[in-house]
Design a protein. Structure first.
Length: 168
């Protein structure tokens, strides 16, 4: 229930923040964070997402899982959602343990709500691993992450990604 409420709140706050930034909605920029505060928060969130990618690239399971909120979820393609910390960890253990793994993602869009407590990143990823015959296979795709502040640190609430490569 908390995740559903949080997602609704994120959408509402992002829309409200966009309306305030555009001078709509009858509110002033002082109602939320200033433009420079939001720019700083967005830069911080971008850096956090890049640090998460670096941790995964190093195949550091503990550091990678630490970027997830305790009630975070992973929505990977072609498998059930990982809805608790143990399932999220298992997913990362399996992914980072793939033979020949090279993984990287980059945020192309980062937005933080006017409150400074919620945000999202979206971008592109590249993932290479060896197939059953030991031949490298590369997947490229896009992702969307919903983030929240937990004790002053950005933590991922929901991580969803999908391939750009058509199914055979």
């Amino acid at each position: 229930m908390t995740t559903k409420i949080t997602r609704w709140t994120l959408g509402f706050l992002l829309m409200t923040g966009a309306a305030v930034a555009c001078g709509q909605g009858g509110a002033t920029a002082e109602a939320g964070k200033s433009t420079s505060d939001r720019s700083k928060a967005e830069a911080e969130l971008r850096a956090t997402d890049l640090a998460w990618s670096a941790a995964a690239s190093r195949k550091d399971v503990d550091a990678t899982v630490a970027f997830m909120a305790n009630d975070g979820e992973t929505l990977a393609p072609n498998e059930p959602a990982a809805k608790d910390k143990a399932a999220v960890r298992t997913g990362w253990v399996n992914l980072l343990g793939l033979p020949g793994l090279a993984i990287d993602w980059r945020p192309l869009r980062v937005q933080v709500a006017a409150s400074g407590e919620l945000g999202f990143t979206s971008g592109i990823y590249t993932l290479t691993s060896n197939d059953a015959n030991g031949k490298p296979v590369t997947d490229r795709g896009k992702y969307l992450e919903v983030w929240t502040k937990v004790d002053g640190q950005w933590r991922c609430l929901s991580d969803a990604y999908s391939s750009d490569i058509p199914l055979p």
